[in-house]
Design a protein around this ligand. Structure first.
Ligand SMILES: Cc1ncc(COP(=O)(O)O)c(C=O)c1O
Length: 394
């Protein structure tokens, strides 16, 4: 993989930024380009939109910031305001935290026993009973949710759908990339993800109005980043002249901007993304084949593909997990808990809402663990890891 940095042990995450990438970056820096957000960011956003198959992308400084931007864009929508949002028990802390920070009521949803995404029977119960205005789902570790059924629920109950795809670049549902189903979707470009811009993230959408809100929210809420025709609408409405317009603050915003250095790295990394995805998909399938019947793991809907960031395995018991984890550690194979397990069992949630207990999310919390999947590994490495797991289970 293009002179990628290698580690001495089987790490969960390895650097996707190679020596060649750094050399190329240094060559660009020698031209003394502008480093703050400018043309490279625009170029990356266009390239990312083309790769994903959406109309608009807004790059920002992390996947967590992308999630915050998505929620803020819903919150500042001129039409219906969000009061309640369904959030998954399995995902990442900063998938849910923006909802709390915005003062919404988050409704936690049990995980699906097949995909580890949202349990759709529980989701439907929440939709019927609570009538939430939005649903934030996570494509958990690259395993797509059953998006066909979720879109059917959306048609029936009506809600804004946002997708956290921060760890699922290139996964597909029925041939369509995740991140193209929701009103907005987020991706992370942090170290160890499918590609990296050091820190970085992006929000994607097909809606022009949403795109314009995201542009303002990313940069202080100001008008400066809007296309002139769109800015003029605001200027006319509020009687703002051309001198004041760039520094007129329209929405209550943030500064979540990337730099052009991140964007330049993004352009370099994007060239290799499809190769990386192919490796991750093949490794994931190899894990499934080798470990079937030994441990549990997520399965996708037939016809979907899993481009995973790590392989998530679930032992029969916590004691069995301990045995496997100890064996992995003895063999210098990196492991950790399954993402955050059940987010409803973490202090930030318990202190506000009380503990959330649900059988599937609890099982992931108590028995789940990660096995390495990244672009520096091949199916032979996967076989070696699986041998260690299987031996520990004997
Ligand atoms: C599902 C999910 N959402 C959000 C994030 C946050 O991304 P970042 O680390 O870029 O803030 C992660 C990080 O791994 C993630 O896995």
């Amino acid at each position: 993989m293009g002179n990628t940095f290698k580690s001495s042990r089987l790490d969960l995450a390895v650097d996707t930024i190679s020596r060649d990438d750094i050399e190329e970056l240094i060559g660009w820096l020698r031209e003394y380009p502008r480093l703050t957000m400018a043309d490279e960011t625009k170029r990356f956003e266009q390239a990312w939109s083309d790769w994903l198959g959406v109309r608009y992308s807004v790059m920002c400084n992390s996947g967590s910031s992308a999630n915050l931007l998505m929620c803020a864009a819903l919150d500042r929508a001129p039409s219906a305001k969000v009061r309640k949002i369904v959030v998954p028990a399995t995902g990442w802390a900063t998938t849910l935290m923006p909802a709390i920070q915005l003062g919404w009521q988050p409704l936690m949803c049990e995980s699906d026993s097949r995909t580890y995404g949202m349990d759709l029977a529980r989701l439907e119960e929440l939709l019927k009973r609570e009538r939430p205005e939005a649903v934030m789902l996570v494509q958990v570790l690259g395993v797509p949710n059953d998006m066909t059924r979720i879109l059917a629920l959306q048609r029936q109950y009506g809600f804004d759908l946002v997708e956290d795809c921060c760890a699922s670049h290139g996964s597909t549902h029925q041939g369509r990339k995740v991140g193209t189903f929701g009103l907005m979707s987020s991706f992370s470009f942090y170290y160890g993800h499918h590609m990296s811009t050091v820190e970085g993230g992006v929000v994607c959408t097909n809606e022009e109005d949403v795109y314009h809100r995201l542009l303002m929210l990313r940069s202080h809420g100001w008008l400066k980043d809007l296309p002139p025709a769109k800015a003029k609408v605001v200027m006319d409405k509020y009687g703002v002249d051309g001198f004041h317009a760039p520094f007129t603050f329209t929405l209550s915003g943030y500064n979540l901007r990337p730099t052009d250095i991140n964007a330049r790295l993004g352009l370099i990394q994007l060239r290799r993304l499809d190769d990386t995805i192919r490796i991750r998909v093949a490794n994931h399938l190899a894990y499934q084949a080798a470990l079937r019947g030994c441990v549990d793991f997520a399965e996708c809907i037939p016809g979907d593909t899993i481009s995973s960031i790590s392989f998530c395995a679930v032992a029969k018991s916590t004691a069995e997990r301990r045995r496997v984890v100890e064996a992995l550690e003895r063999n210098t194979i990196d492991t950790r808990i399954f993402t955050a397990g059940n987010l409803g069992r973490h202090p930030f949630w318990i202190d506000r809402y009380g503990e959330f207990r649900a059988p599937v999310a609890d099982r992931l919390y108590e028995c789940g663990f990660f096995l390495p999947n990244n672009q520096s590994l091949g199916v032979k490495d996967v076989g070696m890891v699986c041998d260690v797991v299987k031996k520990a289970l004997q």
